[in-house]
Ligand binder design. Sequence first.
Ligand SMILES: [Zn+2]
Length: 283
Amino acid sequence: MTVFLYILAIILAWMIGSVGFSFVNTMAYRFPRQKKILKEHFCCDLCETQIKAYEAVPVFSYLFLKGRCRYCGEPLVKRDFVNEIIGGFAGLLIFFRFGDISDISSSFILSSPIDIVVHFNLWKLITLLILLLMYCVLDLVILVDHDTMEIPNRFVIVMLYIAVAAMVFVPGVSLVSHIIGAVCISVPMFLITLAIPGAFGGGDIKLVAAVGLMLGWKLTLIGFLIGLLLGGIYGIIQLITKKKGKKEHFPFGPFLCIGFMTAVICGMDIINAYIKLAAFIHG
Ligand SMILES: [Zn+2]
C-alpha cells in the first residue's frame, strides 16, 4: 500500500507541475496582449472557441488532439506543449528534493484527521507549494521576457508576495540572510547600470531583489552566477554565429530565472562542493 501512495504522490507532483506551467502558458499568451487572464471557461486562444475540460489537460490533450485545435484546425503552440512537460518534471524535481517520502507512508496508518495533518507534515506541503509557485512565476518571466524583452512589474510584485510567504513558512534561512539576499546582487546591478546605461534591465534588477529576498544571500549568489554563466555562453555563441547582427541585446531574464531554479534544487550542494574543494586545495 505504501508503494501505491508513493506512486500516487509522484503522479500528483507531475500533474500539479504541468497544470501550473500550463496556466503559465495561458498567462504568457494573454498578458502581453492585454487579454483577460481568467475566463469563465476553457477556450482556444487562437479561435476563442469554448473547449471541453478534457481538451485542456496538460500534455495529454496536445497528444490526443494531434497538436491541432479541433475547432479551427490551427496548430497548437509546440512551445506550450514542451513547457507543460517541463512543468511536470519541475513538479517531480521539487517533490523529490524537498518532499519527505516517509511522511506519506506513515500517514497511511493513521486514524484521526488531526493525526493525518500532523503526520503529513503540513508545513512541508506549504514549502512545496511555495517553491512550485516560485517556479511558475520564473517560468512566466522566461516566456514573457523572451517574447517581449520586458519583465512586467506585476510579476515582480507577485514574486515579492511569494518571498514574504517563504520568509514566514519555509525554515532554514535567517531573516538577516533574506534581507542581504534582497540587496547583495540587485544593488551592484543597479550601480553598474548607473555607470553603464543599459547594462542590466530594470526588470532584471527588481526580479533579482525579489528572488533574493526569498532565497537568502547564498542561493541568490549561486543562482545569479549560474545565470551569468549561461547568459555569457549564449552571448558568445551569438557572437560567433553572428545570428543577432546589429541587434546586440538579448533578454537576460530567462538565464537569471534558470539560474535561480537550479540554485533552489542544488545550490547548497554546489556551495558544499566548493567549500570541500577549497579545503582540499589549502590542505
Ligand atoms: Zn481554435
